[in-house]
Structure formats: C-alpha cells, structure tokens
Design a protein around this ligand. Sequence first.
Ligand SMILES: NC(=O)c1ccc[n+]([C@@H]2O[C@H](COP(=O)([O-])OP(=O)(O)OC[C@H]3O[C@@H](n4cnc5c(N)ncnc54)[C@H](OP(=O)(O)O)[C@@H]3O)[C@@H](O)[C@H]2O)c1
Length: 258
Amino acid sequence: MQRFLPDAGDESLADVYADLTLPDAAARPYVYVGMVASVDGSAVVDGRSTGLGGAADRAAFRRLRETCDVILVGAGTVRGEDYRPPRAPDDVVARRAARGLAARATIAVVTASGQLDADARLFADPTYRPVVVTSAATDVAHLADVADVVRCGEVAVDLRLALERLAARGAAHVLCEGGPSLNASLLRAGLVDELFLTVAPALVGSSPHRILDGALDAPVELELVGLRHHEGELLLRYRVRRPAPPTGGPPAGGEPSR
Ligand SMILES: NC(=O)c1ccc[n+]([C@@H]2O[C@H](COP(=O)([O-])OP(=O)(O)OC[C@H]3O[C@@H](n4cnc5c(N)ncnc54)[C@H](OP(=O)(O)O)[C@@H]3O)[C@@H](O)[C@H]2O)c1
C-alpha cells in the first residue's frame, strides 16, 4: 500500500490504521463513520456493501473495529447484512486490551420501529449482549432477553442523548458503520467527527443507496487528513470541520463572495 497522507511512504496492508489515535470528544463519545462506496457513489452492489470493498477496505474495516468501544449501526443495515457479534481472535483481543478496550466492541443498533428479529445472528451468542437504541414509544419487549435496551427520546430517537447514554456505559469512541440513513441523521445533528471512506474502483450505476440517505441542513465541510492507495482502492480519512463560532456579525466592506 502507498500512503500519501499524513505522510508519504509504503505500508503493509496489515499496518493500515494500526497506530490510529482518536481524540476524546468533550461532551460525548468521539464518533467516526466507516463506509465504502463505488467511484460513482453507490454504497451497495446487489443490495449489500460487501461486494464493493477489496483487501484494503477489509483491512481498514477490521482496524477501525479494533479501536472502538461501540459499533453503532442502523437497523436497516443489521437486517440487510445479517450482522453478527464481532469476531475476537486472540491477536485482536490483545491489541484491544493494549488500548484498554473490552475484548469485543458492543454493537448498538438504532431502531425506531423495533423490528429486529430476536432470533437473528446478532442476538444468538449467549456470551455477547448487544444494545438496542430506541425511543420510549417503541415496543421492544421481544428483545429484552437478548439485548440491553437504551431508550432515548419519547417518540423519535434522540441520537445525542443516545451517545451520552453510551458514554455513561463507558464508551469513549463510537464507530458508526452506517447505514446511509443513520449517517445522515448523525451528521444532521452535528454528531460526526470523522469519516473513513473507501472508494472502490468500480462503477455501479443506478443505486438505492449512497453513503448518506437524507437531507442535510447545509453542506458539511471536510478536511482530508489521510490518503492511501492499494490496487485501485483509495482509503480516505476526513475530519469534519466545525463551523467557526459567531464573532458578532459579518465584517464590513469585505470581498464579494459567490
Ligand atoms: N457502503 C457501506 O459502507 C454501507 C454501510 C452500511 C450499510 N450499507 C447498505 O445500506 C443499506 C441500508 O440502508 P439504510 O439507510 O436502510 O440503513 P440504516 O441507516 O442502517 O437503517 C435505516 C434504519 O435504521 C434505523 N434508523 C436509522 N436512523 C435512525 C434514527 N435517526 N432514528 C431512529 N431509527 C433510525 C431505522 O430502523 P427501523 O426501520 O427499525 O425503525 C431505519 O429504518 C443496505 O443495503 C446496506 O448494505 C452500506
């Protein structure tokens, strides 16, 4: 793999993001989104993301999981990709322990409807207890034996509150694995700090999903802080730029802008 940013050099696939350091966000966990898309912007091929990524994307995906306390994911992705608990081979457990992390990240599924199958693979491991994030209005009684239910908001799910509740459970770093609806909700609420995007060397054509499905109030500006290349795949790391705080009105007599 060739690395161009943060500095130029060669890197083995096994080392991608091995030394990843993530800051702590002040009032809530630090949130980083990990996604893959085709060159023409599709987040799926044949309805899933798995057909898009190659070896570099898989290496990055594993490393991002290694650095988080919680994997936050929308119910659509859990249903569509038949999520299961994270794997915990000895080397991963050892590297997570060195970072002070539990052997396996906790998967937290966001759902408004509560329509998650208690018999799904995600809930089938008696040694692993996922979290279901929903609102007070949603009936999730069928999940009570297989998951911890965290209720945030009366009718709609309050994602900021959800992150605060996850922080209260010890989460400092939350990896959001999508999907596109959850990504848009988080961005709209100003709750995303970084985006790790793999651009796969493929064109998909018409697609039901991009990496964001949902309107934003305004374009979100990104700063490119990482760029890697491996056999056509581009691994991009972007930091979300925060708007500067207001300074008491526009400057007088400035240059006209477009
Ligand atoms: N390319 C990639 O990297 C990537 C990554 C992930 C997913 N995907 C693909 O994306 C597709 C799924 O897209 P999607 O938009 O349906 O995914 P999604 O965001 O995972 O799921 C949407 C569902 O999640 C819940 N949800 C999301 N945001 C919510 C919010 N703010 N409040 C309450 N509930 C919320 C709702 O669940 P309920 O319906 O239960 O209320 C909603 O219907 C799949 O084809 C998957 O393969 C691609």
